[in-house]
Design a protein around this ligand. Sequence first.
Ligand code: PDD
Length: 278
Amino acid sequence: RTVYVNGDYLPEQDAKISVFDRGFLFADGVYEVTSVLDGRLVDFGGHMARLDRSLSEIDMPSPATHAEIEAIHRRLIEENDLTEGLIYLQVTRGAADRDFLYPEEPKPSLVLFTQAKPLIETAAAANGLRIAFVDDIRWGRRDIKTVQLLAPSMCKMAARAEGVDDAWMVEDGHVTESTSSNAYIVTRGGRIVTRNLSNSILHGITRAAVLRLAREAQMEVEERPFTPEEAQGAAEAFVTAASSFVTPVVEIAGTTLGDGTPGPVARRLREIYIEEAL
Ligand code: PDD
């Protein structure tokens, strides 16, 4: 596989980053994950807009223009023959003598790689996910897509230890989001409920697209926090992310939703999202 590191396209085993890179030492970096369907980038403009916002929130200069970043994505798709999968992009503040203060003249590192994998035909989409609740132990700026991912890793491991697929994280009695996706419930009255945007959650690019598609399809959307109890009593539930589009949830903290199969709202939204992306 060819990867991109600071201007070079290299076989993955030849790519190198300094041990002094602040991404490695301080998790001082941000990232994006963009999906590729049929060899084409999905929602690329949205991912670039969020990258700019993440960078500006941590006062990091951008290492390249959107056009340059898009050209790198396209070249990796071509070199790696990627038809379906993900492209991971990471910008860190680069190598500097270890110091809690940012370096005065940072030289940001830009790394991209591809991951080929099926996104449309997946077991999770067909069967739905089983979810556990865990405490949200992450920091207070979840709106910034930083590479500081140990907390969500720990939350997902905790869910796996309970024998289920993933966790929905809970803070102050309300669900924030899932470990690497946004969380939604559908009320028995058919309203889609998902947490409103704030520093408590990542502003999902897939979330924005799915809410727009839902409203265009005359579905009712409520952006507000919901409780674990409300989720367990919901008609159905689902998650969204670039890596999984819309994926149904069929069990929450031991409670089966509906008949335990993916619900109609989640299935329809998944279908129209993929249709638009293709
Ligand atoms: N994760 N919430 C969190 C905490 C996430 O990590 C992600 C994405 C999302 C969904 O955002 P988007 O729709 O823009 O992908 C929500 C990526 C896919 C990851 O870390 O792999």
